[in-house]
Design a protein around this ligand. Structure first.
Ligand code: GUN
Length: 300
């Protein structure tokens, strides 16, 4: 079997276009421009790339982008003051503090200082609790984007066996919640899981989010399963020349694609969906802040 390739890039472009359409309507009908503030502390190269990309795509969607780049030694108190100012700013409907934060900053404290209604990452404990109890929440962007790809591919997920590899607050845990809500039987695997290959072999849906390059092998995959590779790992690529690198996922793409029914590539799979969902969440936050109906179908 050769797996179908799930084109997250095209899917994300479609989501962004629909967000942009709604933004145009909001401006024309109500004179409102959704605004997203992104806070970056320090100079982590991967974070800088993400933040640049977020800013560019925010503007392309017709929204206002507010970037706050702070030095790595910014005191926690200063960061909390900035978050407080953004909470109060009526032009800002969504706030994203890029993770990871430097070690001297308590990331939980900063995230929980964000007004839950502006928490477009869905990381605030209020949103985590709402999601976990099946209530209307801001849903974390990467799991939401992954779920959209799964629903598009499979239709109903009800009754399917799903394995989420990784238990992070950003991806693994919220992904498990979303799959559970869609009536999957969910297993969350992690670094202490025994016989991971056996666990994965039972799954109709595999979501790999461990951050270990090419860890999931084709022989672990149930024939016909749908594989969502959330990993983005930069590895040396000596075949491309000295010092060159390439991006790989958490799945060994070549061997997994031989067995799976469908698989997301890296790059071009889940990655583009994250920012598309961030824009959709910002639009939703803006609509709710203005007492307007949030467009449901964007992330349905
Ligand atoms: N770092 C890696 N992924 C994310 C994300 O989705 N949101 C934030 N805020 N930081 C991240």
């Amino acid at each position: 079997m050769t797996a179908d390739v799930i084109d997250g890039k095209a899917f994300a472009a479609d989501v962004r276009a629909r967000v942009a359409e709604q933004v145009t309507r909001l401006k024309a009908d109500h004179g409102i421009t959704p605004g997203l503030a992104v806070v970056l502390v320090g100079e982590d190269p991967a974070s800088q790339v993400y933040v640049r990309s977020k800013g560019k795509q925010t503007i392309e969607a017709g929204m206002a982008s507010f970037e706050h780049k702070l030095p790595a030694d910014t005191p926690e108190g200063e960061l909390l003051e900035l978050v407080e100012a953004l909470n109060k700013d009526p032009q800002v409907h969504g706030i994203l503090v890029q993770l990871p934060l430097p070690d001297h900053v308590d990331a939980d404290k900063v995230i929980n200082a964000i007004a839950p209604a502006k928490d477009v990452d869905g990381f605030h404990v209020s949103n985590v609790g709402l999601l976990g109890t099946g209530q209307k929440a801001m849903v974390p962007c990467t799991p939401l984007g992954s779920l959209m790809l799964l629903r598009d591919r499979l239709g109903s997920l009800s009754g399917l066996n799903a394995v989420v590899i990784g238990r992070s607050n950003i991806v693994g845990k919220p992904m498990a919640q979303l799959l559970l809500q869609d009536s999957c039987t969910v297993t969350v695997a992690h670094s202490r899981t025994r016989d991971l290959a056996d666990v994965v072999r039972r799954a109709d849906i595999v979501v790999a989010a461990v951050g270990r390059p090419e860890m999931v092998k084709g022989e672990w995959i149930k024939p016909g399963a749908t594989v969502i590779d959330v990993g983005i790992n930069r590895v040396p690529a000596p075949d491309k020349g000295e010092g060159k690198t390439r991006l790989v996922g958490d799945c060994d793409y070549a061997s997994c694609a031989e067995v799976a029914g469908a698989i997301t590539p890296v790059p071009g799979g889940v990655g583009p969906m994250t920012i598309a969902c961030l824009l959709a969440n910002t639009l939703t936050a803006c609509c709710r802040a203005n007492g307007l109906e949030a467009p449901q179908d964007l992330t349905a």
